[in-house]
Design a protein around this ligand. Sequence first.
Ligand code: 4AD
Ligand code: MG
Length: 431
Amino acid sequence: MPVSYINEIAKHAGREATVRGWLRHKRGGGKIAFLVVRDGTGDIQAVVSKAVVGDEAFALAGKLTQESSLLLTGTVQADARALGGYELHVSRLEVVQLVADEFPIQPKEHGTGFLMEHRHLWLRSHRQEAVLRIRHEIIRACRNFFDDRGFILADTPIFTPNACEGTTTLFETDYFGEKAYLTQSGQLYNEATAAAFGKVYCFGPTFRAEKSKTRRHLMEFWMVEPEIAFAELADVMALAEEFLAHIVARVLEHRREELKALERDVKKLEAIVPPFPRLTYAEAVAVLQKKGNPIQPGDDFGGDEETILSNEFDRPVIVHRYPAALKAFYMQNDPENPDLALCMDVLAPEGYGEIIGGGQRIHERDKLLARLHAHHLPEDAFKWYLDLRAFGSVPHAGFGMGIERAVAWICGIEHVRETIPFPRMLYKIYP
Ligand code: 4AD
Ligand code: MG
């Protein structure tokens, strides 16, 4: 009998096929039972009739418990009223495992703490499936975007001897007696590969030992980071804009059903088309002050400020030229005002806040060396990075987007903890 995934069941309409999956729930009794089965690609209702399968198999169907694994063979029948448009009229039922215990996650309200403790099982619920399918679509869209534009994927290391985004959020490890840190960003290595290939990106897990317990922070998150040689701030602002519009369009194209399952207002996503509004840091401060926020020029934006700014516009807003003092050591200065950095943050709308950070890097060796010293960073560990400024150094720029924040925004969900299969959060590492 041909085995079919549920999302391909239409191919077998009118004929027999076998579905392999897990029981979500069942109802009925007497002479007929209805089993709703999921296989990861979709759900289907299977109709088990005593007259067709016989007493023994029918009794077995009656004993099936939530999440029991099974093989169901039967005729695929189109039915406009059915879940997914098809029903399986079962002729043969085979149980792989009859679950003995009550499944911890029941169709009722559970607290988030409980659900997070059972994350390994929670993943099977409709909502989590929808979020993680959208995550996959976003990741695929990121890769396609850069691949189609001639970027080379050059992955960067996870163990690193030096900091990229400040020394306060490093996870330290013992690397055969030497100190090493889990990477905070692939950017510095991207700068080396960009000088080799012109246009590159890296895509991997990054780590921040940030004692932040907010809806936007994870200790381990995935970042996609493009880097381009012979590029300036304006180039990467334009690239980020095109990139975000592309990702949202791909999700709208391929994951409508999942967005619907999440009750996402797709009109808000359909509005994500260039051009995006652009504000300098100074303009953004003025907007915040007008809204009654106590921010003063020179202050960094926190979660509250980002929320206010990102609620101001119906599409992502690019804030550029922050005070250099607020930003990482590698940021190029604005030639028109050296106190400002040629950097940008992209804030997602609807209060989601920063999803992209990036900008132009210092390409002059002496200037970079002075900046390393000013930030008390060890020159030795950055010798290779300084070398890049000695051998054909050119203006270059790039950015990084945190996948989980992008997923939270596109899915319209409150907290990043549901955007990755197994989130790593402050003091929480189980399961
Ligand atoms: O703004 P960040 O720190 O920038 C960098 O790391 C640059 N080196 C990237 C580059 O230019 N190549 O981080 C970039 C993005 C943020 O905008 C955010 O989306 C995400 O990474 N991010 C986090 N996501 C979840 N949890 C955290 N703790 C995050 N910290 C940053
Ligand atoms: Mg940032």
